[in-house]
Write a protein that binds this ligand. Sequence first.
Ligand SMILES: [Zn+2]
Length: 360
Amino acid sequence: MDARRVRDWRPITLALALVATFVILLVIGTQRPDETPPAAIQAAPQDWNRKLGPGERPPQFVLFSYDGAGSHDQWTRLLELSGRTGARFTAFLSGVYLLADDQKKQYTAPGHAAGQSSISFGGSQDDVRTRIADLNAAQQRGIEIATHYNGHYCTDKWTTQQWQLELQQFSRFIDQAGVQGLQVEAGAVKGGRTPCLEGKFDAVFAAMISRGMTYDSSQVSDGMLWPAQDKGIWEFSLPMVRMPAVGNKKVTMTDYSLWEALNHSKDDKSKRDEFARATLEVYRAAYDAVLRGNRAPLVIGNHFNDWAGGGFGVAGEQFMGEVCGKPETVCTTFSEVIKWMERQDPAVLDQLRKQPAAQT
Ligand SMILES: [Zn+2]
């Protein structure tokens, strides 16, 4: 179900990264002892949203992200946690959750009949009202609402026009929910994560650009890399990292892929604590690797699901609780990181991107 593909150009990027590392090592090797490499000064978290000073290292951004974003139980827990820790995150909402079951005919996925969805719809009118209140509370906390598109169709086939149709419908569901009190504006939805991380990205990005969107987080990279712009869209890739619980195999760091690696996605509730520990171990190692390495924003991808008794949700929440208050660490949203990147000297960002991917 999950895309494991690494884009074709990754090997070239890796080769370039290796060359860059070699050059950096050469430069460091020829430095005089009084020329301390730029690493010593740290950005204080409360003062992170500004241009870096000379030689200053970037804050360690952690980007918690949740796909689906329909469950009231999960919203309740995460809003409480965010209120307690000040952590912000991004919710990739499935648009059909804004349609009550009796409104399902309002959605027509490309290539499907009206009223079909692979993840059902929003439930009762009451369920939708509750969800709207959750989304409003989230937005008031600075949590960002982005899109996981609508009916969770996993496909590499859709054209630009079909992705546009999907996004137009997402905007329409947001606008209609506005009549019922939703305070999220369709125009404020700037990012997307495709279902199953699938899609022909030329087509996805062209559709996003035509809707004024700015970022995607659906591609997979080998280790943690700084976001780069591709055809005008910032790509925040999900990293492949080593998972000790499965013999250090490399796994895409999303709940679904970790679950697949652990027991082929068998829904065994007795595995809740074991899987939570295995996932937490992965998160902690990835955080240490970026913190000590290239400081790339760490993207944690989860769903609002209770797979394996909720073990992945437990790990995500525990990690949010422990990491967001750490020195130099900022748990925020994708759009805030884009604003931060746009404040920086482009040469500084280029340097960051040229650093080798952080690996666990
Ligand atoms: Zn999904």
